[in-house]
Design a binder for this molecule. Structure first.
Ligand SMILES: [Zn+2]
Ligand SMILES: [Zn+2]
Length: 379
């Protein structure tokens, strides 16, 4: 695979256009953003990009055709100095980024363009009632905004920054080093302009050359029904501006659904404990079960055991991806009074003299945990 044509999978008479197309295809396949930091993909990405950098340039290509890699070594641009970050820059230069997480958090970029603002994280507290219906929230977010004094340029009076004299505006420094192995060229971000390619000689006083100042932005967030604390909402391009007039980054709104003491949530289902008296459990009754927004009447049959779970269909939470709604699971718990009036005590004693002993095994099995039984009820 060391032949440059083989690396791109093109024939030796491929046109410049074919080379570009072939490179894009293989580079995308091995791009680090799509291979989660795989070292092997990184190495392949570097190899194909190195080949592309030579074959796209007619002069270098003809030297390579005549003399191979040696032909390139003779005049500076030695391929051995080509590293992974050069490869990324080549890809970005010709094809741009992917808008992946790196871009989102203001990571890699083309050095000639102003950087996008870093993503901001905010937290939006929500009640269960808001989860039920969905809600529109207005939040104030502390952001970095374009400096009004210099209009984001960072230059006093709003002029344009001048090209960095050290790197001539390229934002990169190439260093040529000689060793027993030959000549190496390394490329690093320019130290003077920190890779931006421009410098500000006379700083704006208001933003100290940053091009941005603190401000508060009022943002509207539409929270759909059925969300949970695991969800987040990205507000594209609503956050910080980048330094020196770079585009706005995103705001990532993390959702924080507050616990409701009346319920336990299990996906779209809600679980509630409903106390009933012994007489109600024996004779059957109608009880009020709390729902997110009010209550529902539940018909309890006679002879219900403590711990029985009854399902009220469609009284749970909506599904975040559809129109379905979860159920409300009511767990009936027989309440035992710890204080009796003399009249109650007399009647209970009378009942004791008449009642049957419980069977050896009571259903539902009271020795098993509540959540096991919930699972049984669901299964
Ligand atoms: Zn520079
Ligand atoms: Zn300013």
């Amino acid at each position: 695979m060391s032949d440059y044509y083989d690396r791109l999978g093109v024939s030796r008479d491929a046109s410049g256009d074919d080379i570009k197309k072939a490179y894009r295809k293989v580079a995308l396949k091995h791009h680090p953003d799509r291979n989660a930091g795989s070292k092997e993909a990184e190495a392949r990405f570097k190899e194909v990009t190195e080949a592309y950098e030579v074959l796209r340039d007619p002069e270098k290509r003809s030297r390579y055709d005549r003399y191979g890699v040696e032909g390139l070594r003779s005049r500076g641009g030695a391929p051995s100095g080509f590293d992974f970050s050069d490869a990324l820059n080549v890809f970005m230069r010709d094809f741009g980024g992917f808008g992946g997480l790196e871009d989102l958090f203001g990571g890699r970029r083309r050095s000639s363009e102003p950087a996008r603002g870093k993503a901001l994280r905010i937290t939006i507290p929500l009640t269960l009632a808001e989860v039920l219906t969905g809600v529109n929230k207005t939040v104030n977010v502390a952001v970095l905004d374009l400096c009004g004094e210099c209009r984001g340029t960072g230059v006093r009076g709003g002029g344009r920054p001048s090209a960095c004299p050290t790197c001539g505006g390229a934002g990169q420094e190439r260093r040529v080093e000689r060793s027993v192995f030959g000549q190496f060229v390394s490329v690093a971000p320019c130290a003077r302009c920190r890779g931006e390619g421009t410098i500000v000689a006379d700083h704006c006083r208001s933003c100290r050359g940053e091009g941005r100042t603190r401000a508060t932005r009022k943002l509207k967030v539409r929270v759909p029904p059925g969300v949970s604390s695991e969800n987040y909402i990205t507000l594209r391009g609503e956050g910080n501006v980048g330094p020196r007039g770079g585009p706005r980054g995103d705001v990532v709104a993390l959702l924080d659904v507050k616990e409701d003491p009346r319920f336990r949530r299990d996906g779209n289902d809600l679980l509630a404990e409903v106390p009933v008296t012994f007489a109600q459990a024996v004779l059957g009754t109608r009880v009020a079960v709390p729902t997110v927004e009010g209550e529902e009447q539940l018909e309890v049959p006679a002879g219900v055991q403590s711990g029985t779970i009854m399902r009220i269909r469609g009284e749970g939470l909506p599904d975040v991806n559809g129109r379905d709604r979860g159920d409300l699971l009511a767990r009936l718990v027989v309440w035992v009074p710890d204080h009796l009036t003399p009249e109650q005590e007399r009647l209970i004693k009378q009942l004791r003299s008449l009642e049957d002993l419980p069977p050896a095994k009571v259903s539902p099995d009271s020795r098993r945990g509540f959540w096991d039984r919930v699972k049984d009820a669901l299964g």
